[in-house]
Design a protein around this ligand. Structure first.
Ligand code: ADP
Length: 367
């Protein structure tokens, strides 16, 4: 059976140069593939030619028996009404209007693999044909760009003064790391942080997305509070390791989410166990913590991700494991977690309720 990832890799180059974007890819077990493409005016001008190319290219992917193609038009970016003091600023309620699900990925403490899972969950959702974005809100320990092989590029800015997120393997990515000198230490004051996050949510051209994953900083604090304020209906996914102490700190993060009225949607246990090449299994960080936390919070345990060398190595190499070795046990667990996430009923999200009064102090330098 062909995978959505294979179809995406084959078809996406045909839509380069602003011709359009892939809206969805559905692959059936019998090899039938349904592709939906949103065309820009440039793409619409050569629609017949593009259709032929898409049929031919997708049809030549191994295992494909039939291709169904649907075209629609890209909705133009809304033209922002003038607002006092901030030229070209869209109304707050319009921000993220095209994003169906926002999932904040949080943990009680650092080092539990939260960013690694966020990046790989993003890749797994994209492989399922979901339009996906990843926002790195881990402002003190931003690592998402590195995990996607991006350096400190400066994102471009559109004619409508929107920041264009770099796209890697179909995933839109935004991080504070794009706006800082490499490895620069950042001291964030509350209002600056709030303003920076607001810009990431409001001024980035996220467009139409099925999922926006937000990599939160570990612990409880300003960022989570701001996110909860901006995205009142975002959902919160907790990453923990199996040992009891990790569980305890993860529970605190969960309590914070509840206090700020973010809906909790599930737990993922990372570093669950390690299996040697001869098949011997070691519970290096204990066992059962993820399930206990999930039971206690009455949430589903979406996955138990084992420790594997390739997961670490691929994070360092800058290509998510899920994209290159989907059969690695850690990748399998993450892909299952992504499918479970999709299975949880999606909710429609009205975004950006709050215009923080007088929050100011930071303007992100744009390319
Ligand atoms: P956090 O975002 O929680 O601080 P990271 O995602 O940066 O944690 O992960 C910390 C380190 O652990 C990284 O080097 C990462 O590659 C590694 N890591 C995370 N999860 C796993 C795993 N399941 N197997 C192997 N290495 C892992």
């Amino acid at each position: 059976m062909p995978t959505a990832e294979q179809i995406r890799a084959a078809v996406e180059p045909l839509l380069a140069q602003g011709r359009g974007t892939l809206r969805s890819i559905e692959c059936a077990a019998d090899g039938r593939v349904e592709i939906a493409v949103a065309l820009s005016p440039a793409g619409a001008a050569i629609q017949d030619e593009l259709a032929k190319l898409v049929y031919k290219t997708a049809g030549s992917v191994a295992g494909v028996t039939d291709v169904a193609l649907e075209f629609d038009e890209l909705t133009p970016e809304p033209v922002a009404p003038p607002q006092s003091g901030v030229p070209g600023h869209p109304p707050l309620q319009d921000a993220l209007a095209g994003v169906q699900n926002v999932i904040c990925v949080g943990s009680g403490k650092g080092g539990v693999g939260k960013s690694t899972l966020t990046a790989n969950l993003g890749a797994a959702l994209a492989a399922e044909g979901k339009r996906t974005g990843v926002l790195d809100a881990d402002v003190w320990g931003y690592s998402i760009p590195r995990m996607f092989g991006l350096g400190n590029e400066r994102p471009q800015v559109s004619g409508e003064r929107k920041i264009l997120p770099p796209v890697v393997a179909g995933i839109k990515i935004m991080s504070i790391g794009f706006f800082l000198e490499e490895d620069a230490a950042v001291v964030w004051r509350g209002p600056m942080l709030h303003k920076a996050l607001q810009q990431f949510l409001e001024d980035v051209a996220w467009g139409e997305l099925d999922y926006l994953l937000v990599d939160l900083p570990p612990g409880t604090g300003d960022v989570s509070m701001s996110i909860a304020q901006f995205l009142p209906r975002a959902r919160f996914l907790i990453v923990t390791t199996p040992q009891p102490t990790a569980q305890k700190v993860a529970r605190r993060a969960a309590e914070m989410a509840t206090k700020t009225d973010l809906e909790l949607c599930g737990v993922i246990e990372n570093m669950s166990h390690f299996t040697t090449p001869s098949g011997e299994r070691f519970d290096i960080f204990g066992s059962g913590g993820g399930q206990e936390l999930a039971d206690e919070l009455e949430l589903p345990l979406l996955g138990q991700v084992p420790l594997t060398m390739p997961l670490r190595a691929q994070s360092d190499a800058g290509v998510p494991l899920v994209s290159v070795a989907p059969d690695d046990p850690a990748a399998v667990a993450i892909r299952e977690a992504a499918r479970s996430l999709i299975a949880l009923s999606p909710i429609a999200l009205p975004m950006m309720q709050v215009a923080p009064a007088g929050a100011s102090g930071l303007s992100l330098p744009m390319a």
